[in-house]
Write a protein that binds this ligand. Structure first.
Ligand code: GDP
Length: 535
């Protein structure tokens, strides 16, 4: 590790200005729209409409290969890099809808903070709740953007109650909305004491805001009508008295979230959020490994793979490993140690993703995501360093929620099937379970689209003709126990529900949470884990 007097100043500088985040939201809350506005502010795209929502084209086709080819074209949106006020910002995409997969969860292990979008009419929705659960694992700080104020929705305080109830995070408003729907007049910035006036389709400029230090100022009545001015005065008095002030420490440990209101499609309230984001989103920080904590400003390069994307280019069978840099500086052509396979590899063609294009890069720093070409030797969770062997923690497998039984149509292809399933599970496409009894393959996934992806890839890449059928399972837990005798007993009595996963971890599969609860009660010494680290 560095001693204090040989810290590389440039490295420190680069770390200070990096912000790496993801947007978490339920489909249709406005993630694509907000992403586009952020990229416009960052100058990464020049016009609206450049970030295509991929779901329309996708829903129209059930053909996997065309889905994948489409993804090949639009994949540059997996990681988007833009600059704003001198900050280098990495925005990682979290796919939604049918695309929703374990990758979506795992992306959140590679970010330092998240922006949560809530649709003001819908409040907290299921996918947001799931993504939030993952953010909780690392106490990721969350900034909240309540969207679609140009439409009727829930009252702000009811939204806060909903968020606090369902997500167990305290809301602290930094802006406050004035009306909604047809009566939406704008937001009042509680910190700057500045009024931003809403006009549909018009993006407010830096000096557009009207400073209203004292809400009793009668200019307020002229600007937003008497009745709405009165309402704003009452609301602000109420929230100032009732809610705790913003506390950096509580926000950084994920117990408090600053809240902004706006309308992404009208580019309203977005700039306020982005200006605060660059100030309070944490820079890349310390990361834990199995042996020690790694500081980002250590000179030795290190990082981990959190996602593998196949078929990026339909012409070639290339795969790209998405790699988060945790410490040191990356330079083109540098040699790193791939510790799991004990080899040195040269990274000569790392890619960095801009909004619309892929560029070869010369250098990159902690917080950056680089894409490394991969010919099947890189697994999820793999760590590369230029120094000692390390194993970053917190890039787990997540318990699947959907299960299928694989049916091999050509019995001669059993070996190829095995190989294909193993590799696909190493890439995080699906998880594979072998029951202790019998010899079928059970595959599990977080999102059901993965089953079709698996079958299409088995055919295209391994020449295996396979299908799947439903199976009455919906819950998986990895099982451990400190007491060998109890574990043995548990295995004997639950043999028909136990499987080994692709890395030989004992896994309990069952039909429902209810059933699981029943077994957990019966076996208090056994631990049932929702996630497991990679070997
Ligand atoms: P995503 O699924 O979260 O990526 O959501 P999109 O960004 O695709 O938005 C879903 C729908 O909501 C689209 O029809 C958007 O035009 C619309 N939308 C997004 N932001 C706003 C907003 O501020 N106001 C209104 N009225 N509609 C919005």
């Amino acid at each position: 590790m560095n001693s204090n007097n040989n810290i590389d100043k440039n490295l420190l500088n680069q770390i200070n200005k990096r912000r790496t985040f993801a947007i978490i939201s339920h489909p249709d809350a406005g993630k694509t729209t907000l992403t586009e506005k952020l990229l416009l502010f960052g100058g990464a795209i020049q016009q609206a409409g450049a970030v295509k929502s991929r779901k329309v084209a996708k829903a129209a086709t059930s053909d996997f290969m065309s889905i994948e080819q489409e993804r090949g074209i639009s994949v540059s949106s997996s990681v988007m890099k833009f600059t704003y006020q001198g900050y280098e910002i990495n925005l990682l995409d979290t796919p939604g809808h049918k695309d929703f997969s374990e990758d979506t969860y795992r992306v959140l292990t590679a970010v330092d903070c998240a922006v949560m979008i809530i649709d003001n009419a819908k409040g907290v929705e299921p996918q947001t709740q799931k993504l939030m659960e993952v953010c909780r694992m690392r106490n990721t700080p969350i900034i909240t953007f309540i969207n679609k104020l140009d439409r009727e929705g829930m009252e702000p305080l009811d939204l806060f109650e909903d968020i606090e109830d369902k997500l167990q995070i305290e809301c602290v408003p930094l802006t406050w909305p004035i009306g909604m729907g047809k009566r939406f007049k704008g937001v009042y910035n509680l910190e700057k004491k500045e009024l931003g006036i809403f006009s549909p389709g018009y993006t407010p400029k830096n000096n557009d805001g009207v400073i209203i230090d004292d809400l009793s100022d009668c200019r307020l009545d002229e600007l937003i009508s008497e009745s709405q001015a009165e309402q704003l005065r009452e609301s602000v008095e109420l929230i100032c008295g009732a809610s705790d002030p913003f506390d950096m420490g509580l926000y950084l440990n994920g117990t408090q979230t600053p809240v902004f209101f706006g309308s992404a499609i009208n580019n309203f309230g977005v700039k306020e959020m982005l200006d605060t984001f660059v100030k309070i989103a944490p820079q890349p920080g310390v990361r834990s490994t199995a042996t020690r904590d790694v500081e980002p400003h250590e000179n030795a390069f290190s990082g981990f793979t959190f996602k593998i994307q196949a078929n990026m280019d339909p012409e070639h069978r290339d795969r790209i490993a998405f790699f988060r840099i945790c410490s040191g500086k990356f330079t083109k052509g540098m040699k790193v140690k791939h510790h799991r396979i004990g080899k040195e590899i040269k990274i000569s063609n790392a890619t960095i993703f801009m909004a619309q294009e892929r560029n070869n890069i010369e250098e990159a720093y902690p917080g950056d995501i680089i894409g490394i070409h991969n010919h099947g030797t890189i697994k999820i969770g793999d760590t590369f360093t230029t120094k000692e062997p390390l194993k970053f923690l917190g890039i787990p497998n997540f318990a699947p929620e959907h299960f299928r039984r694989v049916i091999l149509k050509d019995p001669m292809k059993a070996k190829a099937l095995q190989k294909g399933l193993t590799q696909l599970s190493e890439e995080g496409t699906i998880q594979v379970f072998r029951p202790l009894l019998g010899n079928m393959h059970i595959i599990g996934a977080v999102g059901v689209l993965q089953f079709d992806v698996t079958m299409a890839r088995l055919k295209a890449e391994y020449n295996v003709n396979a299908g799947y059928e439903t199976i009455d399972l919906s819950v998986a837990r990895w099982v451990t126990c400190e007491d060998e005798t109890i574990l043995k007993d548990f295995k004997r009595k639950n043999e028909s529900s136990l499987t080994m996963d692709s890395e030989d971890w004992l896994t309990f599969l069952t039909t429902s949470e209810y059933q699981l609860g029943f077994v957990m009660e019966e076996w208090p010494q056994i631990q049932f884990h929702k996630t497991r680290e990679h070997n």
